[in-house]
Design a protein around this ligand. Structure first.
Ligand code: CDP
Length: 794
């Protein structure tokens, strides 16, 4: 009997998330839930100042507090060569400050005590004598000749520059601009934002001197990379390090970098010979861990009168904070910023990028994003709207004229990426139809006559998801591929492990669906495990929506290896040659006699009890998958808004999303990913404001100031789909996790700009707070979000 794939929870089944059984019952097992015998607690003392020389640190009073077991300063870390650590971008970062503090919230000392409250009290007893220094809060200030040098710890660092980088064809682009009928320009700031996962970062280090083994429970999205980093930094043998990343309460890129707290807890455990737990509080997370974005983008577009784009020039100035510590492929200094304009057929493009140090916490982490594609796509879609306006052309039509056509794949972009599939025009059409585009334009016209400000914003984009391949993509030279190990037990139940690490995306559910699709084993019979470096095969972890494109592909490939062995066993059981054996989901049968067959479960039983002569028993295997290309999902997001000219408040009237992420493994989970992503996009566009005053104080260091939208504020989303299978992925899937966060913000901003452009406004930087929009409406001019600079400062 043919198996119904949806019934067994295979591909395309909106199977309920199995992990939610424990999450909604409060049975999740997060780092802070782990309690080890004899465990001590660590608290970190952070700098109140953004830039200051440390004259002295007096820890004597802290040591006097009963229950204090250890007080660590940078000087003590230095005796172990651990005061500084390498970052994932070939820079160095202070673990505990020795010479200077370089941002507010930087780690200055740590106390390890019997409980966290004693440790916190003891931190307050530490006296640090600071000599304040001039503060730099934006990269333009950092470029000034008279700017103080932030990284005076580094040899050969005469200024505050992190890098200069360029890509594209300068000469061809110049020629395009010489031929242009119209040149359109745009400048904007993509503000700092914080991924702010529900669970902050933390670790429990447990060094066992008797075995020499170090076990660390850690909030990390990439346990194997962390194992390698710990081996290098702490000079411990890699096989004696076990990183366990248990349930994570969200990550969004925030849990990729290596944080000082992890390193300090490890040294503290080695010194005290006790497990040491460190859990940061929310403010600690907001002010000191990896921020996203903070890029100033300038661009120009060379246009022909008929609407064709001839060339694009872009320049970015990024604010990296005090240490260049975001993870990105070593070839690409500003991440995948040059993926901008990939869905448009543009003959030439040139990008220059400058990265600067400032007195802020490290920035540039890829917040629900593949290495800066969020900034790239935001700029792209803001620029496209500005160009359409400058040409006096309909914004939908301008996109359609310039899209890469369906029959033009594979397509080499002007920046050198190879896009391989998509139906861009179709997605746009579905979106326009759903929102009622033509009718809205009429309504907008009528409303404007009555003084009402309606706007419609479109954002269309393809983005590169799923780093590797290993030829192009690496972190610290570690090549980007991924893995899966599948063990099918005697009774046909199975355990699957991958090198990825879910943070709430539902891998436990969807990976089992891929196995079910490939082998016909019901998804409920497969348990999925991730995050333990002692048991999971090596992998690069989960970020950049790489799980499905890379680890998900490995799951399909390992299942096929299992099927290939099971086929031999089936031939043996059916007493025919392998060539005479056919496969249908969950069952092998004899070609000439379809009724004579054996199930995959029959084969797994035989794998342990009745294998053909000369065959190794067992039914397990591992696959490492190095993708030939990134996957290129496409999205079309369209928002309509009404702006209140009296208050600057803008309401979302409707939001339509059309996503093409190739074959959908679990449609319900995909829709959840899109809704979550659009919520974050709306948050960034409307309310998330985390900035710095002229003295480098972080404004937005708590959730009264830095706002996360609740269901009350979040608009409704109307979701639609188009499916263009990925040509190289074994099951045709493309990534989806970050599409809506990446593409969503421009739809909201374009909509508000569309509502006010007739007043002479071209750009209001995010977040589009009511006062900014009100200022734009009343003055008819742009509003910049650049943080203030002290006029008396250099
Ligand atoms: O890397 P990350 O897990 O964040 O992102 P992803 O690979 O885009 O996957 C997010 C979730 O959506 C996972 O549970 C995927 O298995 C699921 N997904 C899907 O069901 N179908 C797709 N075509 C892509 C993702």
């Amino acid at each position: 009997m043919t198996i119904d794939e949806i019934k067994i929870g295979g591909m395309g089944a909106s199977r309920r998330r199995v992990e939610d059984n424990r999450f909604i019952r409060g049975r999740g097992n997060y780092v802070d839930d782990v309690v080890l015998p004899g465990m001590l607690h660590m608290e970190i003392l952070r700098s109140p100042l953004a830039h200051a020389r440390i004259r002295s640190i007096d820890v004597s009073k802290a040591w006097e507090i009963p229950g204090v077991r250890l007080v660590l300063t940078g000087d003590m870390m230095a005796t172990r060569n651990l005061a500084w650590m390498p970052t994932l971008s070939y820079d160095t970062q202070a673990v505990l400050a020795t010479d200077k503090v370089r941002f507010q919230g930087q780690e200055v000392a740590a106390v390890i005590a019997d409980d966290p409250y004693i440790a916190k009290d003891a931190c307050e007893a530490i006296v640090v004598d600071y000599e304040p220094l001039p503060v730099i809060v934006n990269p333009m200030q950092a470029m000034a000749d008279s700017a103080p040098l932030i990284r005076d710890d580094k040899e050969n660092q005469p200024d505050n520059k992190v890098f200069d980088w360029e890509v594209g064809d300068r000469e061809a682009t110049e020629r395009a601009f010489a031929e242009a009928d119209v040149v359109s320009k745009l400048e904007l700031h993509y503000p700092r934002s914080h991924p702010s996962p529900l669970e902050p970062c933390g670790s429990i280090a447990d060094f066992d001197r008797s075995t020499g083994k170090l076990t660390v429970y850690m909030t990390t999205q990439a346990p194997h990379i962390i194992r390698a980093a710990v081996a290098l930094v702490a000079e411990l043998p890699e096989h004696m390090i076990r990183i366990i990343s248990p349930d994570l309460g969200g990550g969004f890129g925030n849990k990729v970098p290596v944080y000082p707290g992890y390193v300090i807890s490890i040294l503290a455990s080695i010194l005290t010979e006790r497990p040491v737990k460190w859990i940061e509080d929310k403010t600690g997370n907001l002010i000191s861990t990896g921020f996203g974005r903070d890029v100033y983008l300038q661009g120009e577009m060379a246009l022909r009168k008929d609407g064709r784009i001839l060339g694009v020039r872009m320049h970015t100035i990024s604010d990296h904070g005090a240490f260049f510590s975001d993870a990105q492929p070593s070839k690409f200094k500003i991440g995948l910023m040059h993926s901008a304009f990939a869905c448009y057929d543009i003959p030439s493009a040139h990008l220059t990028a400058t990265g600067m140090y400032t007195n802020k916490a490290p920035g540039g982490v890829a917040y629900r994003c593949s290495f800066r594609v969020t900034e790239a796509m935001f700029f792209q879609e803001r620029m496209v709207q500005a160009a359409a306006d400058d040409l006096g052309m309909d914004q939908a039509e301008f996109r359609r004229v310039n899209f890469v056509r369906d029959d033009d794949f594979p397509h080499r972009t002007a920046f050198g990426f190879l896009t391989d599939s998509g139906q861009y025009g179709k997605c746009l059409d579905v979106g326009l139809e759903a929102i009622g585009y033509e009718q809205f334009l009429k309504d907008q016209e009528e409303a404007r006559k009555k003084g009402r400000l309606l706007g419609i914003g479109i954002s269309t984009m393809t983005e590169p998801l799923g780093a590797g391949n290993s030829r192009e993509y690496d972190i610290l030279g570690i090549k980007m591929f991924d893995s899966a190990e599948l063990r099918v037990h005697m009774t046909g139940k199975a355990i699957l492990r991958t090198g990825a690490k879910t943070q709430g995306q539902g891998h436990e559910t969807t990976w089992a669906q891929i196995v079910a699709h490939e082998l016909g084993i019901p998804a409920d019979d497969i348990v999925v495990e991730e995050g333990d470096t002692d048991t999971a095969p090596f992998g690069m972890g989960t970020y950049a929506s790489r799980s499905t494109p890379v680890a998900g592909a490995a799951v399909a490939m390992v299942s096929r290896k299992i099927r290939a062995k099971a086929r031999k066993i089936a031939a043996h059981l059916l007493e025919v040659s392998e060539e005479d054996v056919e496969w249908e989901l969950g069952r092998f049968y004899v070609r000439s006699q379809p009724d004579r067959g054996v199930t995959i479960q029959d084969c797994s039983m035989a794998a342990y009890s009745n294998v053909p002569d000369g065959m190794e028993p067992g039914l397990e295997n591992t696959a490492y998958y190095d993708p030939p290309n990134l996957t290129w999902p496409f999205a079309c997001y369209i928002a309509t808004v009404e702006v209140d000219p009296e208050t600057g408040v803008w309401d979302v009237l409707r939001m339509v999303a059309v996503d093409d992420c190739g074959v959908r493994i679990n449609p319900m989970i995909v829709e959840g990913q899109i809704m979550g992503g659009l919520t974050e996009a709306y948050a960034m566009a409307s309310m998330q404001f985390i900035t710095f005053d002229a003295d480098g104080n972080c404004v937005g260091s708590n959730y009264m100031d830095y706002l996360l939208p609740t269901a009350w504020e979040t608009p409704g989303f109307e979701l639609h789909e188009v499916v263009t299978p990925c040509p190289h992925h074994p099951i045709g899937a493309k990534g989806i996790g970050e599409c809506a966060t990446v593409g969503g913000p421009a739809a909201f901003v374009n909509a508000v700009m569309d509502a006010v452009k007739h007043l002479g406004v071209r750009n209001v930087d995010m977040p589009m707070l009511p006062d900014r929009v009100h200022q734009a409406v009343t003055t008819g001019s742009d509003v910049s979000g650049m943080p203030p600079v002290r006029t008396d400062a250099p």
